[in-house]
Design a protein around this ligand. Structure first.
Ligand code: ADP
Length: 579
């Protein structure tokens, strides 16, 4: 943790905190000394000295308070900085994650790890650091003050300490497993909340609020019960420790009373009396130091779990890694060479021995039943996943040899369901690498091609108009057109359109394809589609079935040679359109 999350600045602040705490403990430790001197002076009826030492004692107590506040402030700053560094490190790592990495953790868990887990550590550092510095210094210093003064008192104090430590140890032993489960259960609550928010419309439409509510309630109650059972074991410890403090003072006085009575002279009695006050103060300090340490151990399990979960994210190697290449020699081509692929953990091949080549500037479409592997082909081209066997080549170069930025800059990818970010229309269209170099004219041109110009012009603030997260204030078709405009705006070498037109009506679909063909001549277009109408005019159509290529050719060729294609076509087109 230190190397990565503590910077030089935090080390310097920590050193400063140590100095402040040492000074503070020194002042705390001096107070019983003053008490002893005041008692002595009082017994000698020297009232001026009592007042003088009294004032010194108040100054000490006040100084200790100020130093403690300063140390607390510094330690909180260290903790906040550590929290920020942890969030940053996780965010940067997740940016590099592949889809496989993300689904292994789950989005909900990644959110808990970046928020809740970091807060655990932050709290631990904020409170724990001060204690870690203060408690040992205080315990050792206080012990050294009373060491060798009285066998009876020392034996009694050790007895009390052993009891306190035993109670703390047992309660921690019982509570730690429950503390460890808290984060995991928080993940479950988080997942349930996310699902509920993401699916709000469907939940309402199906009157499934009760069902979702029950699911959430279960996760929430599991967390509650776990917390209750953890707290149950911890609850008695602090009252017990406080009683122990009183008990130790009482015991020392009781033993002291016996010693005073047994003393031979009045001077001896007075000295014993003053020693007794000092001893009980220091003994209480030793107990307080132990109690403070217990506080750390109480926070430690959750902080440790949090730390492990955070480092798990940071140490996870992205399953998709950068190559070195920046470009190939056959500009604008895509080729699959005997590609076989299965999704991680699925156990069965999604694509089997798929081979085809898309020449530069051509429009090639993939069609096939749902689940036949169409989107998977697109995922492999943009390297969301890597092939199991065979090769995928873009511009004649294996996609694994590219550095990812150079590969993705070539691709204008439009996913099946539009991804919209919260922000202006302009920011959503002119997005990503190279956006600074593009003007509003480029944005309008892209919107025009994507058939989105008209509705954006009708918006009150045009390109400045705000789109909410997930585009909730847009229709499905509008979202899809904004998402197409985003790809067009980059003028990519290759368009990857993954069932992009399905949210559009037939007329818009047709006009969009025409505009795309005219305006993007020279770019390669790779379309995944469900509707024959969308791809009928493609230079080549690839028919997929169960992950295998079962037909290739133009529309008219496939109508004769590929029964599956002919079936799909007949089910969608009129006799006239089929010609
Ligand atoms: P299509 O686009 O033709 O409808 P896909 O390429 O999306 O089909 O999916 C092909 C097959 O791969 C389906 O059986 C689907 O269940 C499976 N699949 C898709 N995505 C994943 C994934 N992330 N993990 C495991 N299996 C997946």
């Amino acid at each position: 943790m230190r190397g990565r999350f503590f910077t030089r600045r935090e080390y310097i602040l920590a050193a400063l905190a140590v100095i402040l705490v040492i000074c503070q403990v020194y002042l705390d430790i001096s107070i019983p000394d003053y008490m002893s001197r005041i008692t002595d002076a009082y017994l000698l009826e020297d009232h001026n000295t009592v007042v003088r030492y009294g004032i010194d004692m108040v100054v000490c107590a006040f100084g200790s308070l100020i130093l403690s506040i300063l140390a607390g402030f510094i330690v909180s700053r260290i903790a906040a900085a550590v929290g920020r560094n942890m969030r940053k490190a996780q965010f940067e790592r997740v940016q590099k994650f592949s889809t496989e990495n993300i689904s292994r953790f789950s989005a909900a868990s990644l959110i808990t790890r970046t928020t809740n887990d970091v807060t655990q550590i932050q709290n631990f550092v904020a409170r724990g650091l001060q204690i870690v510095i203060k408690a040992p210094i205080m315990a050792v210093w206080a012990t050294s003050k009373i060491y060798g003064t009285s066998m009876e008192w020392t034996a009694f104090t050790i007895g009390c300490l052993v009891m306190l430590v035993a109670v703390m140890f047992i309660s921690l032993y019982l509570a730690i497993p429950r503390f460890k489960r808290i984060q995991w259960l928080t993940d479950v609550v988080n997942r349930s909340t996310r699902e509920n928010l993401d699916g709000l419309r469907v939940i309402r439409a199906y009157n499934a609020a009760d069902y979702q509510g029950a699911k959430f309630e279960k996760a929430n109650c599991d967390l509650l019960n776990n917390n209750i059972s953890a707290i149950k074991f911890m609850a008695p410890v602090f009252p017990f420790a406080h009683s122990m403090m009183n008990f130790i003072t009482l015991g020392i006085y009781w033993i002291g009373a016996g010693l005073v009575v047994a003393a031979n002279t009045t001077v001896e009695q007075k000295l014993l009396f003053s020693d007794m006050i000092v001893f009980s103060s220091y003994a209480t300090m030793v107990l307080t130091a132990v109690m403070m340490f217990f506080g750390i151990f109480r926070m430690l399990p959750r902080a440790m779990v949090g730390y492990r979960r955070i480092t798990e994210v940071i140490n996870s190697e992205p399953t998709i890694t950068d190559g070195e290449g920046t470009g190939g020699t056959e500009k604008g081509t895509i080729e699959f060479r005997n590609v076989t692929f299965s999704y991680p953990g699925s156990g069965k091949s999604t694509l089997e021995d798929v081979s085809f080549k898309v020449e530069a500037g051509k429009t090639v479409a993939v069609i096939g039943p749902t689940g036949s592997g169409k989107s998977t082909i697109v995922n492999l081209i943009s390297r969301l996943y890597d092939v199991g066997e065979g090769q995928v080549l873009v511009d004649g170069k294996d996609v694994r040899e590219y550095d990812l930025e150079s590969l993705r800059i070539r691709l204008g990818y439009v996913p099946q369901s539009a991804v919209i970010f919260s922000g202006s229309v302009r920011m959503n269209v002119n997005y990503g690498f190279g956006s600074e170099g593009r003007t509003d004219d480029d944005v309008w041109r892209a919107l025009h091609i994507a058939q989105a110009e008209e509705f954006v012009r009708a918006l009150p603030e045009g390109l400045e108009s705000h789109i909410s997260q997930h585009g909730r204030n847009l229709s499905g078709g509008q979202k899809q057109r904004i998402s197409i405009a985003r790809a067009v705006c980059r003028s990519p070498e290759i368009y990857l359109l993954d069932d992009t037109f399905s949210a559009l009506d037939y007329k818009t679909d047709k006009e969009l394809r025409r505009a795309l063909r005219e305006e993007t001549a020279g770019s390669t277009v790779f379309i995944v589609a469900q509707r024959i109408g969308t791809i009928k005019d493609a230079d080549e159509i690839i028919v997929l079935d169960g992950g295998r290529v079962v037909g290739r050719g133009t529309h008219s060729e496939l109508m004769g040679s590929c029964p599956l294609y002919a079936d799909i076509a007949k089910s969608q087109l009129t006799q006239e359109e089929l010609q």
